[in-house]
Design a protein around this ligand. Structure first.
Ligand code: ADE
Length: 226
């Protein structure tokens, strides 16, 4: 899986990509993430990539030309399955979308800034628009990292215990059950006996009941489609 990210502040994403699971995915050769600084395709020597919006109003808009030049140049070397624009007015990201995207080979993510990107790039190049939630971030970079993280951990071989992604919250429309580790008794706060019983069937049943209870209490909307 190759993910290319186009951004005015690529440095913002370096740290999350260099640690933990994403680092491991890169080291194992299962995921490559390439950051492309949009200013490389700026319209002048001052590095300009944005301009005032037509019709007036506060906030700058990212211009067509740098974005188009960048996309065309990257398309010469890559066949993108999707060109994704991260934007608060996109489709809200959920686990089924992440599952689908994790099966692709080559993605280009575009991070917006200021008031967003010129609509014409959205009309003519972008194939998917994704929001990571109903709130506004100062740029698409943090959203891009969320997306890369969610996708990266689903690539086979990235997680040590392959089953652990399957038991994530949301994979079966249920939130995850509570988890405990040693000690079994911490200051009198005890781990439920069933988890210490060694009876795997009973433990599975308990986990399912707890997951269901938690989902009913916190996210009944997840159960509605059933
Ligand atoms: N850019 C700004 N806010 C965003 C959001 N909520 N999701 C995706 N991209 C964004």
């Amino acid at each position: 899986m190759h993910i290319h990210i186009l951004s005015v502040i690529p440095e913002l994403m370096e740290s999350p990509l260099s640690h933990s699971i994403l680092k491991r995915a890169k080291e194992k050769g299962l995921l490559s993430v390439t950051l492309h600084p949009l200013r490389k395709w700026a319209v002048n020597e001052y590095g300009q990539v944005d301009d005032y919006q037509y019709g007036g109003g506060a906030g700058m808009v990212m211009m067509c030309e740098p974005l188009e030049k960048a996309i065309l140049e990257l398309q010469k070397e890559n066949k993108f399955d999707e060109i994704i624009y991260l934007t608060p007015d996109g489709k809200t990201l959920n686990q089924p979308m992440v599952n689908t995207l994790s099966l692709k080979n080559n993605l280009l993510l575009i991070c917006g800034h200021y008031k967003g990107i010129d609509q014409r790039i959205r009309d003519h190049y972008v194939t998917m628009e994704i929001s990571i939630g109903d709130y506004v971030l100062s740029g698409g970079e943090t959203a891009a990292i969320v997306l890369v993280d969610a996708i990266g951990r689903l690539i086979p071989g990235v997680l040590n215990d392959e089953t652990s992604a399957l038991t994530d919250s949301f994979q079966d429309n249920l939130l995850a059950p509570p988890v405990y580790t040693r000690p079994a008794d911490y200051k009198g706060w005890k781990v439920p006996d069933i988890l210490l019983s060694g009876d795997l069937k009973k433990i599975e049943e308990w986990r399912y009941e707890e997951a269901l209870k938690r989902t009913q209490e916190r996210r009944p909307d997840l159960l509605e489609g059933e």
